[in-house]
Design a protein around this ligand. Structure first.
Ligand code: MTE
Ligand code: MO
Length: 362
């Protein structure tokens, strides 16, 4: 299977879910074969006429649209951007007691280069009515049960987020048509918030005059407590709100966990990535003494908004031996990562503890 060949770790097989080990996220632009996979249903059949694939934009609009992929390509200006998307459950494996759902560690995220059109341009052509409040996104994937009566998942966002200039309707990843696994022939890419809103095999964007009520909305779905919950307690639905911007996170992508260095090595070069949902990353710090002291990493320039923040660092080591290296990012608001996850919630959303690797010298 592709995932195995590329080194992805399969953490669910029906539906298929696979995460990327941190050391395989070392490329500035995530190669498609190393990009995580999160399906909630079955794969739709691969269309033989992708250019005729239809996208409908309807609901609270003056001008409902039904556009083929060929029309999207010719009627709007194509754009190419590096956008990070991250599963809302990334980090779930760090909750204790265990939270319900696929046990992601830090690998449910990646930053490939997408090509498509600006979602905002298409919405402009549809002319939103003043009553437009929320979106509802639909894809063509059948449910795991095989039933196609209800969509597998249909999530949406408030209009203020839908209109974010970074959002795209994409047909290509890293210069190639989307693979079927990642939404061929058309998908949404809405960075910053849980990637479940970045609908694959996209068929419809329904503009709504109220909060969207598709499968995957409401209840405990993608919701986190306002008042902190005792770990393991059952949830009080009235205390939950939608998880919007994803929290700050960082990973070390070089060296790999358990790397060994020759005796006498006194400096090691590190590389990594950090991101913080809709916020900018203000700094990344590294520690080799369990957080007793920290050293700053050097950020690389961002290529566009919602790009991940690549960083490098050179760390000095006082002696040979075994060391654990920790990374901690801080966002522009001053919010940084905890040592261990707090804010327990039944589905384990937003778990962003610091990433650590172990290395040995000599
Ligand atoms: N139609 C559809 N779109 C979907 C999903 C899905 O199951 N069906 N999964 C969502 C979730 S939960 C995530 S995290 C991302 C994963 O995108 P990827 O598989 O391309 O990495 O797709 C989102 N889009
Ligand atoms: Mo997800």
């Amino acid at each position: 299977m592709r995932g195995k060949a590329a080194g992805l770790v399969v953490i669910g097989d029906r539906p298929l879910v696979a995460e990327t080990p941190e050391s395989l996220l070392d490329d500035d632009t995530t190669p498609t074969a190393r990009f995580f996979i999160r399906n909630n249903g079955l794969l739709p059949e691969r269309t033989r006429r992708p250019e005729q694939w239809k996208l409908t934009v309807d609901g609270e609009v003056e001008q409902p649209l039904s556009l083929s992929l060929a029309e999207l390509k010719s009627n709007f200006k194509p754009v190419t951007r590096c956008l990070l998307i991250e599963c809302g459950g990334n980090g779930r494996a760090f909750f204790s007691p265990r939270a319900k759902g696929v046990q992601w560690t830090h690998g449910g995220a990646g930053c490939p280069e997408w090509t498509g059109v600006r979602l905002a341009e298409v919405l402009k052509a549809a002319k939103l009515k003043p009553g437009a409040l929320f979106s509802g996104h639909y894809g063509a994937d059948p449910r795991v049960s095989g039933s196609s009566k209800k969509p597998t998942m249909s999530r949406g966002v408030p209009i203020r987020k839908l209109l974010d200039d970074s959002n795209m309707i994409a047909w290509a990843i890293n210069g190639e048509p989307l693979p079927l696994l990642h939404g061929f022939p058309l998908r949404l890419v809405i960075p910053g918030w849980p990637a479940s809103i970045s609908t694959k095999w996209l068929t419809r964007i329904w503009i709504r005059d109220r909060y969207h009520d598709g499968p995957g909305m409401g209840g405990e779905n993608y919701r986190v407590p306002v008042k902190p919950t005792q770990p393991g307690a059952s949830s009080d639905l009235a205390n939950l709100v939608d998880l919007e911007s994803m929290p700050v996170r960082s990973i070390i992508t070089r060296p790999a966990d358990t790397a060994r260095f020759a005796a006498g090595t006194r400096a090691i070069d590190l590389r990594g990535a950090a991101w913080a949902g809709d916020h900018r990353v203000a700094r990344v710090d590294l520690s080799i003494d369990g957080g007793a002291s920290w050293q700053p990493a050097d950020p690389e320039p961002l290529r566009n908004p919602h790009d991940w923040q690549r960083w490098t660092a050179r760390l000095e080591f006082p002696s040979d031996g075994y060391f654990e290296i920790m990374t901690r990012a801080t966002d522009e608001r001053g919010v940084s990562q905890p040592y261990a996850v707090t804010h327990w919630n039944p589905h384990g959303y937003g778990g962003n503890p610091m990433h650590r690797i172990a290395i040995s010298i000599g």
